[in-house]
Design a protein around this ligand. Structure first.
Ligand code: ZN
Length: 71
């Protein structure tokens, strides 16, 4: 997948056009070609951090050192 294109939706409720803008337009204003509104291109969206669960999905391999029975 290419990261070079950012898709944003026009916040204008009567427009809601999906605009594809280049990645370097992040943080800048672009103009909706449909309604002419200025839209700020959001910075890169970070995925919400996975909470530090206690191995709910068994995906943690690095817990082997953390055994409490190190007597
Ligand atoms: Zn628009």
């Amino acid at each position: 997948m290419s990261d070079a294109i950012v898709r944003i939706m026009c916040p204008n409720l009567r427009c809601r056009a999906v605009l594809a803008v280049p990645n370097e337009a992040r943080g800048r204003l672009v103009r909706c070609r449909n309604c002419g509104s200025n839209i700020r291109v959001p910075q890169k969206v970070v995925a919400p951090a996975v909470p530090d669960g206690d191995g709910a999905d068994g995906d943690s391999v690095e817990t082997s050192q953390n055994k409490p029975n190190a007597a």
